[in-house]
Design a binder for this molecule. Structure first.
Ligand code: CA
Length: 232
């Protein structure tokens, strides 16, 4: 398990690290002391859970959360100060999964993290997903249904996962590493050939011309980007 702590107070980072060391062995705790660095690490490190402080030197935790939610549905626990209920409400409204109030006990922290992870894993992610429709492409994640010009397209579960992640991040360049980690898991981080093959299959199913793809485009040396198909 990988936990990212975005917090400029080294004391808190130490407390969190120690807590996992003692109570959840095998957890890798990484940290960022600024919001920008934190957002970057969510993308490059794909943590399983993010613990996010509101008071940060470069931008506040809400801004960080907004940035994270543009491309990731990683569970986020906000760190708040006791008695500031508005902080909590605002954080949850922006897509935080839960909050924990400073100062907190080890037991409390672990319990909260376990709870958000359980919720994140327990819920079929697709339940909350609105269907995606643009131009000739329409994807209903709840029903696992992909329509192209109104005709159902059969996708494998891997292709579906890949397409899902691409669509969720439409317009953003996704690195090979982040796609491989997100769709296949940490141990596949270097399997670029595997990714290329599946991208090719998806293109064969979705693109008019696989030689010059317009929906799943290649960013040379970096990764791929999903471009919303336009009505032609
Ligand atoms: Ca702080």
């Amino acid at each position: 398990m990988k936990v990212l702590v975005i917090e400029d107070d080294p004391g808190i980072i130490e407390v969190v690290s120690l807590c996992f060391q003692l109570r959840w062995s095998g957890t890798n705790v990484i940290s960022a002391e600024s919001g920008n660095k934190g957002v970057g690490l969510v993308e490059t490190e794909s943590p399983d859970v993010v613990i996010l402080d509101i008071g940060l030197p470069d931008m506040d935790g809400y801004g960080v959360l907004r940035e994270i939610r543009r491309f990731s549905d990683v569970p986020v626990l906000m760190l708040t100060v006791r008695g500031e209920d508005t902080d909590v409400a605002k954080g949850l409204e922006l897509g935080a999964d839960d909050y924990i109030t400073k100062p907190f006990s080890h037991i409390e922290l672990i319990a909260r993290v376990q709870a958000v992870l359980r919720r994140a894993q327990g819920l079929p992610v697709t339940d909350e997903e609105r269907p995606f429709t643009s131009g000739k492409l329409s994807v209903d994640f709840n029903r696992n249904e992909v329509l192209l010009d109104g005709e159902p397209i059969k996708l494998t579960s891997t292709e579906r996962k890949l397409l899902y992640y691409l669509i969720r991040n439409e317009g953003r360049i996704l690195s090979h590493e982040s796609l491989l980690t997100k769709v296949w898991g940490d141990t596949y981080v270097d399997a670029r050939d595997l990714l290329r093959v599946h991208i090719q299959h998806l293109r064969q199913k979705l693109e008019d011309n696989t030689e010059s793809p317009s929906i799943i485009v290649t960013e040379h040396g970096i990764g791929y980007k999903f471009i919303r198909p336009t009505t032609s």
